[in-house]
Design a protein around this ligand. Sequence first.
Ligand code: BQF
Length: 296
Amino acid sequence: MTQILDGKAVSAAVKAQLAKEVAHMVLMGQAPPHLAAVLVGDNPASKAYVGNKIKFCKEVGYKSTLREFPSTISQEDLLHQIALLNQDKGLDGYIVQLPLPSHIHEDKVVEAVDPEKDVDGFHVVNVGKMVAGLPTFLPATPYGITKIMEHYGISAAGKHVVVLGRSHIVGRPISVLLSQDRPYGNGTVTVCHSRTKNLKELCAAADILVAAIGRPRYVTADMVKEGAVVIDVGINRVEDQFTKSGYALVGDVDFDAVSLKTSYITPVPGGVGPMTIVGLMLNTMLAAKKNRPTRP
Ligand code: BQF
């Protein structure tokens, strides 16, 4: 029988822990952590993701600020807004919701964020620190994945980990973290992508399979070894005539068939998604602690 890796339940447990910490900070006369989110345009998915982040902040007692701009904002103006956030002494960290409209160079915006406030961990300075094994803000999704593995006692040590996808946000950093000499790390990692040969065979050899390619139900049962751990990072909208909205959320994994073979598997929704937001909350707490005076 497979065990469901319940991201919703684990995220609730971490949130409860964070809420306690916030209450303690406030009792000691300190300001609660403060996270801001920059939202450009009106992409419904982006709006929903930012909404989730603000909701989590409320639940743990953080202060949150939403900065919304029209999709027509110039890159220059957006960079000016970023500079203002960098200067804001009352702000511990912030995120710029991606993707940005096509007339804006995402890299320029990401690199304009003060690395000390970069709670997404996307700035090249923080990516460098992560790869070097130095303490820094870990990107939220990989951070959340390591937290759910930690909760269920699933270590990558000595295991063959196969990562599907090499994005800067998920695939690349999770491949780095799970191969590093750190708790729940020490895996032997293969990164697969669009140019990989024998992709099915490589997946079928995985003890731990991380699917982050953004294709609905791409991973089928024949690609998964009996007893494997499957982490599904995909959030795909597919048509579904039986839901009120007319669509359903599915992962990169064909859950119904694959879950008959796995030892552990994350569902979608309620798996990696909520853990991603928890990763962001943990980074924001870290940023706040660095900014609060400690008693002599
Ligand atoms: C859940 C994201 C692709 C591109 C940019 C909870 C989220 C999603 C699902 C969420 C995501 C995906 C986020 C669930 C943030 C995860 O219950 O399963 C939370 O809000 N996410 C994002 O900020 O940018 C993305 C996916």
